[in-house]
Design a protein around this ligand. Structure first.
Ligand code: ATP
Ligand code: MG
Length: 574
């Protein structure tokens, strides 16, 4: 490709609306252009990268025995009604009506469609196991599209679905996919960590995410997930799923008589602990949340934080948020109290469900809200002065320094970008949609399913997050849009142009993906563009060609050597 013909416009500045490096660089280097919020044009360079990622995915999926198909982008509501997700999926699902007023949606994922395919196409255990996948655009009306391709509304995903006769079969399919994923990300030049993750309250019980770990100290914060991990035994989990043994804290308070005392203006746990001169760990915090529109009270030790996904799962919810002050007022009114936030306690509350984190069960002589503003109950004990709710669960966010449940070492935390996940679905969809096969013994059984996603566009962006410097992108070779760029310093210099053209033609005919920067630009501009675009190898043909030498630069390391054009050819042509 001649640079003078390549459809690419690099920008001098980073785009004003970009926060993270992959977004900034992909726009500035001319790979993507925003069409509307969370929706991007993939320009020719980007499309080459995406096709490379896709091909790696395709090769490894095929090698793992999966078969590619393509399902429609638009899906009918009926299937989603069958699975029960039409009403619960929420606003991420982009719903629309056709001219006959039939409800449809833009596919955010394809469990329903694939289950309908299996239901029609698979009759007997003899046809199993089978794993079907596609590489397709998805649309999710994300609440916060951001970070360019990392969290778009329209994005490209590889989604695969396995069908097995039993759990052992699923275990095997799952393991095969985990192995394929390891190979895929390695080939894409990405180091990933496979971590345990939340798999929702309903549906499957096991899932893992493949995380690209990003440096928390970097100026950007592209990693949206906190990953807790143990350096000793290898335990690692997304914060929405991580468990730990808490560091010991004081759980026995100094008040040994239960009484309600004045605690004026103590709206926060810190203010209350300070006022009473007690550690916050002997306070039982009562927090009100709204899960799928219902009020929920979460009790947790004062020094710890609620992990909202864990809490949501206790109630098998799909949506969670902290209650607003007017909602707290509503609960107070309904229960015959008038306390404000900061003084709430579980006792006497009406129309709410209560769950206690495991941490509060150990509390003795503790402090708790009593639904009277500017007062708290101190010296409380369960069963005597307060009732432990029936629901007790782990709803606690792990913190760095907590102990690993497997080996007792200290857990560490880091930020991660989820590039893929694997999920044991079990019979969630097959049962709901009545998708069955006839087993060996003649019985009709629901398929045992797994699903396996990879964000194609997110993976490419994650590669930029991991591989760049202040001058631009450093594509891993396997997914770079081109492998080599040849830059003649002066397009007016006949010798330079002749050598450059010659190298270009030889590399081209050998099948190497090469760009010749034949533009009449200043050398500085051309060299800067080459670094910005991030082509793995740059050959600069300048004055040293008088001595038969060119400059060879490896973008990954920025190492430069001076070699002959023949030596350049030898690096790429065997
Ligand atoms: P996340 O937690 O990041 O929203 P998810 O759990 O919704 O991801 P899946 O529905 O399982 O993810 O999708 C499979 C893969 O698709 C993810 O691992 C991720 O790589 C990619 N993906 C999901 N949402 C987006 C998005 N909005 N933009 C780009 N890629 C995405
Ligand atoms: Mg999501």
């Amino acid at each position: 490709m001649r640079m003078s013909k390549l459809f690419v416009q690099t920008l001098r500045e980073f785009p004003a609306d970009a926060e993270v490096m992959s977004h900034k660089l992909l726009v500035r280097a001319g790979y993507i252009r925003k069409l509307t919020n969370g929706v991007y044009n993939y320009l020719p360079l980007m499309w080459r990268v995406l096709k490379k990622v896709e091909n790696i995915v395709r090769e490894e999926m095929d090698a793992a025995g999966a078969q590619e198909l393509l399902m429609p982008f638009v899906q009918p509501a009926e299937l989603w009604e069958e699975s029960g997700r039409w009403d619960v999926y929420g606003k991420e699902l982009m719903r629309l009506k056709d001219r006959h007023s039939r409800e449809m949606c833009l596919g955010p994922t394809h469990e329903e469609v694939i289950t309908s395919i299996a239901r029609e196409g698979i009759r007997s255990y003899k046809q199993l196991p089978v794993n079907l996948y596609q590489i397709q655009s998805k649309f999710r009306d994300e609440i916060r599209p951001r970070f360019g391709l990392l969290r778009g509304r329209e994005f490209i995903m590889k989604d695969a679905y396995s069908f097995d006769v039993d759990e052992q079969g699923l275990d095997k399919s799952y393991e095969i996919m985990a192995e394929a994923y390891r190979k895929i990300f390695e080939r894409c030049g990405l180091e990933t960590k496979m971590v345990q993750s939340d798999s929702g309250a309903i549906g499957g019980s096991v899932s893992h995410e493949f995380m690209v770990l990003v440096n928390e100290e970097a100026e950007n914060n592209a990693g949206e997930n906190d990953v807790f991990y143990c350096t000793k035994c290898g335990y690692s989990a997304n914060s929405n799923h991580a468990v730990s043994v808490l560091n010991p804290a004081e759980t026995d308070g100094k008040f040994n008589k239960a009484e309600i005392i004045d605690t004026p203006n103590t709206h926060s746990i810190e203010e209350l602990a300070e006022f009473l001169k007690i550690p916050s760990s002997v306070i039982c915090k009562s927090l009100i949340y709204v899960v799928d529109g219902k009020y929920v009270v979460a009790l947790i030790r004062g020094d710890r934080t609620v992990e909202e996904t864990k809490l949501m799962n206790v109630f098998e919810g799909n949506d969670i948020r902290i209650a607003r002050n007017d909602e707290i007022e509503e609960i107070m009114n309904a229960s015959g109290f008038n306390a404000i936030a900061g003084f709430i306690g579980p006792k006497g509350l009406k129309n709410v469900e209560i769950v206690a984190d495991k941490t509060v069960t150990e509390l003795k002589n503790f402090v708790i809200g009593c639904n009277q503003t500017d007062k708290h109950l101190v010296g409380a004990n369960w069963s005597v002065d307060a009732e432990l709710p029936e629901k007790i669960a782990d709803i606690c966010l792990v913190e760095e320094g907590d102990k690993c449940v497997d080996c007792g070492s200290s857990l560490k935390v880091t930020k991660g970008i989820e590039v893929g996940n694997i999920f044991k679905l079990g019979t969630k969809y097959s049962k709901a949609m009545n998708a069955t096969f006839t087993d060996k013994d003649g019985q009709e059984k629901p398929f045992i399913m797994g699903c396996y996603g990879i964000g194609i566009s997110r993976t490419a962006a994650a590669a930029v997050e991991r591989h760049h410097d202040e001058f631009g992108i450093k594509w891993p070779e396997a997914i770079a849009p081109y492998t080599v760029i040849i830059v003649p310093v002066s397009d007016q210099d006949e010798t330079q142009m002749k050598v450059a053209e010659d190298l270009y033609n030889k590399l081209l005919s050998a099948g190497v993906e090469v760009i010749l920067d034949d533009r009449s630009e200043r050398a500085g501009v051309k060299l800067k563009d080459a670094d910005l675009i991030g082509i793995p190898y740059r050959v600069t043909v300048g004055k040293t060609i008088q001595d038969g030498l060119v400059e060879f630069k490896t973008r990954a390391t920025n190492e430069v050597s001076t070699i002959t054009p023949d030596e350049v050819l030898k690096k790429f042509i065997i």
